[in-house]
Design a protein around this ligand. Structure first.
Ligand code: FAD
Ligand code: SF4
Ligand code: SF4
Length: 1013
């Protein structure tokens, strides 16, 4: 019989005793970084983008090279303690996963140490993100060339350790081609500085009985003595064999030796990379991208080598599956004009062909030549070419690549339980063999009736393929080794590699076959001198020479093994949390992107959509193991008695209930909904967060602030009856202290005075009467506009609503205020789901009653208007009805606007609300167009979240984070303008600017009104 009460989910599997001893010693030492071993912290790094899951003992987050040395020095005293370094955690094959300790360099060791533009090099710490580096280099006209799809979250340490590369690798090479020197730390804490040295010097060092001497001696013994075998064995491909790169550790003429080349691609199995000196490349000034459309994917593949022959800098390809998924994604609105449909034809393959040139003339010559060939192919119906488009605009080129970079994530959107998985996703074969190889690869997958999408770097012979499987089904799990074996044999047949790009990880078991017995033994000897006791990422790439330890294997423990413990109905009900595939896009470092402000401000993987989805899955799994039917618990929606909740809450501090850890993780979420639309698989945290809160508080007492927020819509209209009196109290210092202490609420906003009611007294806009409106003719109704009130605008920004009334009138319409009806959003945010359902039903019923009038309904605040579209649908289903509330700009888009001629008055800066920008990606553009139509100037400003997010920034416990988030992108952007220029669409955003800068920005509609006045 299933339990119908939420139990305490005690988790007592903390670090093992030897690890506990090590971690205690680390804490007692001079180590200055963080040491974390809460269950949620460990879970947050128990997965990457692969199919595997492994819970580490702890996470340590060093701040310096000295910290890394301490980690190593202490480790020598604890025989069984092992490590895996971690950066962005975007590996696709479990590279960073471990049951030992994760050493995460991404949180603190993320500084760019020196840029030398004259000599074209840069020195960075290992945790620097690739896009972060390129943003810093851009002003110098330079960039770090190896490109990878995960560039906005993958770290330099991770790139070095997997020898990452990607688009443009034919010209720009791989990461190892750009490493000038490394500062690394060996597992015993020894510091290792490596850069190319002469053969003579290397031989001299090899004679020393030091750690470095022994390394160099072994590298010489392997790479010099076995040179012939190495050259014979490794394919001569752009994506040469890495981990460990025995060939390139020596220069072609054998005059120099470079230990860094052995470390590059070693997947953390040799050293901790602490710092790197990297070569950087001038940004090409002249670029063009030709998007060639084909009648089939095979045509695109077969055409690619001709593009390479025609001197293309890079050729990227996507198949129709990926294209179709992109068309349904938020990303498509940016590229749809650059990849238009072809009349009467279907685009089933696309090659994105980039050309760079030192001069415009050189570029034009190359493009002209290509176009003449493409025109001929089109005229003669050859090669499956059905159209092409060219763009020279670097921003547009960036947009197309952003779409391509999102391909993996897009595949994750595939509906149903079978999800595209990484395990044979980066095969590399000589490009001339690619088309034939892919045809056989497809046949292999088709024979199993598997779905898959394909895209990749056709110029380098690397194709990304992710077959869709349900890892909760043990039978389908068994296909992983079967398919891996077959694909491994297929790449060998075509002279290629199983790991053309993403490294080995759990596929290391295939390494002996690829290296061959003799060279694999050499690999193990190298491992022995770096890491004799197999403590560095054990099981990856190889084990020390003559050790009996085993390699990790594709049959290793997978995430599916945990997920399948959750009943299928629960998995379906919590699909967004289940479908996170760990690709890490939510760690996006770009502060101007709306994606996850809480992740950015905390640099804590727990506080990201991925961390939250992972915590939620584990919570569901533990509940299932406690025989709790979560769906029934939700349906029942009954809290335990007040006394029981009090009792449970009193023991909270001592309790090991995992629910508290999940609560902490959920509490940091701003419910901004960026993840809902920006995550490629739409991991909608606010929805499952609300459901979690609702269940959690069945067992525990709620804090007072939740009731304050949950009831704000009921209280605000009452308080607005006497705004001056309420404000008088709110302005008193003692009152603020009292509210802060008792409710945990700060900077309580003041009510509007005079109130909206007073401002509109006697105005026809305040005379709503349904019967009167129903009695009007259609023509009379066509002139009316109904304004849907929200609590924030109506009671705290009454001027804005009055201005909306005036604007509507100026535009020749008759505004009518609908009576205030609570929207319910604050209840939803705090997880009062039962109450939210009632509010939503009441509001929806009312708005549906208005619907037959066919009068447009408009609302001002984006997050509340969008709630009608999103949360209402989830909670009410079909009973939501068809009412539609438009945002102001959506209504303005379809009406005539007066243009008083080009205005020179003010150049406005537009700061969009992040929920609006992510849910309605064209909203900024639409506001800009509206302003243009009225002869006004408006420039959208790239900012992330403002940090206020409804009431989040008013909660004392979040105050510091809220201000920190504002400082990430808004502060500087706001400072760049006069306050009169700044326009913001969100009530929260305006409040946050007012609180921090002392002046409240206007809403764009107010600028329009001023323009017309
Ligand atoms: C959607 C998607 C697209 C991808 N596209 C590409 C692509 O285009 N090209 C490409 O090359 N790869 C790609 N990858 C794979 C992955 O992003 C790269 O391997 C990347 O270099 C990993 O960087 P990271 O910081 O996330 O490293 P992590 O995943 O954290 O670690 C990767 C490996 O490096 C080791 N490591 C990390 N930091 C250190 C350090 N400081 N010292 C020692 N070892 C360390 C880890 O132990 C692990 O073995 C893709 C992955 C995903 C999910
Ligand atoms: S939450 Fe979304 S973006 Fe983040 S790792 Fe999961 S799937 Fe990727
Ligand atoms: S709603 Fe916003 S803060 Fe919360 S997880 Fe999603 S992106 Fe992060």
């Amino acid at each position: 019989m299933a339990q119908l009460e939420l139990p305490a989910l005690n988790v007592e599997n903390g670090p093992q005793s030897n690890y506990q001893a090590y971690l205690s010693a680390l804490r007692r030492s001079e180590f200055s970084g963080d040491v974390e071993f809460s269950y949620a912290s460990r879970l947050a790094v128990a997965t990457d983008n692969s199919i595997y899951q492994s819970l580490p003992q702890a996470v340590v987050l060093p701040k310096s090279v000295a910290d890394l040395k301490i980690i190593g020095e202490l480790a020598s005293q604890y025989a069984d303690v092992t490590f895996s370094a971690r950066g962005g955690g975007t590996g696709t094959n479990g590279q960073s996963l471990t049951s030992g300790i994760i050493v995460d360099v991404s949180r603190h060791m993320n500084h760019i140490l020196e840029i030398n533009p004259q000599e074209r090099w840069v020195k960075v710490q290992a945790g620097v993100v690739k896009d972060q580096l390129n943003d810093a280099l851009r002003p110098y006209g330079l960039f770090f060339a190896p490109d990878l799809s995960t560039s906005n979250r993958a770290t330099i340490g991770g790139m070095i350790s997997t020898d990452a590369s990607g688009q443009g690798s034919l010209v720009y090479g791989k990461t190892s081609d750009h490493v000038l020197g490394l500062t690394s730390v060996l597992v015993d804490g020894t510091l290792l500085e490596s850069s190319p040295m002469s053969m003579e010097e290397a031989k001299k060092i090899a004679k020393n009985n030091t750690a470095t001497g022994r390394l160099v001696k072994q590298i010489l013994a392997t790479c010099v003595d076995k040179r012939e075998q190495i050259l014979a064995k490794f394919p001569r491909m752009n994506r040469f064999l890495t981990g460990y790169d025995l060939e390139h550790a020596l220069s072609d003429d054998l005059s120099t030796v470079d230990v860094s080349r052995v470390i590059t691609g070693s997947e953390g199995s040799l050293v901790f990379v602490a710092e790197a000196k990297l070569n950087v490349t001038p940004i090409s000034k002249h670029k063009a991208l030709v998007n060639i459309k084909y009648d089939s994917f095979e045509s695109a593949l077969r055409h690619a080598p001709h593009m390479v022959a025609a001197q293309a800098t890079s050729v990227e390809t996507v198949d129709s599956n990926v294209l179709n998924l992109a068309k349904q994604d938020i990303i498509w609105h940016q590229v749809k004009d650059l990849i238009t449909e072809v009349e009467n034809k279907e685009v089933l393959g696309l090659n994105m062909v980039e050309y760079n040139g030192d001069s415009d003339d050189e570029l034009q010559d190359k493009i002209t030549l290509l176009c003449s060939k493409l025109d001929a192919a089109l005229a003669n119906n050859e090669g499956g070419v059905i159209g092409y488009q060219i763009t020279f605009d670097s921003i547009d080129i960036g947009k197309i690549y952003a779409m391509r970079k999102k391909s993996v994530g897009l595949l994750g959107k595939t509906k149903g339980r079978k999800k595209p998985l990484a395990f044979v996703e980066d095969t590399g074969v000589p490009p001339e063999n690619l088309a034939d190889f892919i045809m056989e690869f497809r046949a292999l997958l088709d024979a199993r009736n598997l779905n898959y999408g394909m895209f990749g770097h056709v110029d380098a012979g690397v194709l990304h393929v992710r077959p869709a499987l349900d890892m909760c089904d043990p039978e389908q799990e068994q296909m992983i080794p079967d398919i891996s074996n077959e694909v491994s044999a297929l790449v060998a047949k075509y002279g290629g590699l199983l790991w053309g790009e993403h490294g080995k990880g759990y596929r290391s078991e295939y390494a002996p076959a690829f290296f061959g017995e003799e060279l694999y033994a050499e690999l193990r000897k190298i491992k022995s001198v770096f890491d004799p006791h197999n403590k560095m990422n054990p099981g990856k790439i190889c084990t020390p020479y003559e050790s009996t330890a085993s390699l990790v294997s594709v049959a290793g423990v997978k995430r599916g093994e945990f997920d399948r413990q959750i009943p299928i109905e629960v998995r379906d009900a919590f699909e967004p949390a289940m479908s996170c595939n760990g690709n890490g896009l939510c760690f996006n470092y770009d502060t101007t992107s709306p994606m996850c402000p809480s992740s950015k401000i905390t640099s804590d993987r727990r506080h990201s959509p991925k961390g939250r989805a992972g915590a939620m899955r584990e919570w569901l799994r533990l509940l299932a193991n406690h025989n709790v039917d979560v769906n029934a618990l939700e349906r029942n929606a009954k809290s335990q008695s007040w006394f029981k909740r009090l009792n449970n809450s009193m023991g909270k501090a001592q309790s090991t209930d995992f629910s508290h850890e999940v609560l902490e993780v959920m509490d940091g979420c701003l419910a901004c909904k960026a993840c809902t639309s920006q995550c490629p698989v739409s991991v909608d945290v606010p929805t499952f967060r609300a459901r979690f809160l609702s269940l959690y508080y069945q067992r525990y007492l709620r804090p007072a602030k939740d009731y304050l927020v949950g009831n704000i819509e009921a209280m605000a209209p009452l308080m607005a009856k006497a705004p001056n009196m309420v404000n008088f109290f709110l302005k008193q210092g003692w009152m603020n202290s009292l509210i802060k202490k008792s409710v945990g609420y700060v900077d309580t906003p003041l009510l509007s005075s005079p109130s909206l009611k007073k401002q509109l007294v006697g105005h026809q806009a305040s005379r709503f009467d349904l019967g009167t409106l129903q009695a009007l003719s259609a023509k009379e109704r066509a002139k009316k506009v109904l304004i849907v009130q929200d609590p924030f605008t109506s009671f705290y920004e009454a001027d804005l609503l009055s201005d909306l009334v005036k604007l509507v009138e100026r535009l020749g319409y008759e505004p009518i205020l609908l009576p205030f009806k609570p929207n319910g959003k604050p209840q939803h945010v705090k997880g009062f789901l039962k109450e939210f359902a009632v509010t939503a039903k009441d509001s929806a019923d009312f708005l549906n009653k208005i619907l037959p009038l066919a009068i447009p309904m408009i609302g001002v605040d984006p997050s509340l208007v969008l709630c009608y579209r999103d949360e209402y649908k989830t909670v009410l289903g079909d009973t939501r009805g068809n009412f539609e509330v438009k945002l102001v700009h959506e209504w303005l888009a379809n009406i005539e606007l007066p243009n008083k001629g080009q205005s020179t008055e003010i150049e406005y800066a537009f700061f969009g609300h992040c929920s609006e920008k992510t849910a309605l990606p064209e909203s900024e553009k639409h506001w800009q167009q509206l302003f243009q139509r009225m002869g006004m100037s408006l420039t959208p400003i790239a900012v992330g979240c403002c940090g206020m997010a409804g009431t989040f920034g008013h909660e004392a416990s979040h105050l510091e984070q809220s201000k920190g988030i504002y400082a990430l992108s808004w502060q500087k952007a706001v400072a760049a303008f006069e306050s009169s220029q700044i326009l913001a669409t969100g009530y929260s955003c305006r409040s946050q600017v007012a609180r921090i800068e002392g002046e409240k920005p206007k809403h764009p509609l107010q600028a329009m009104l001023a323009h017309l006045s």
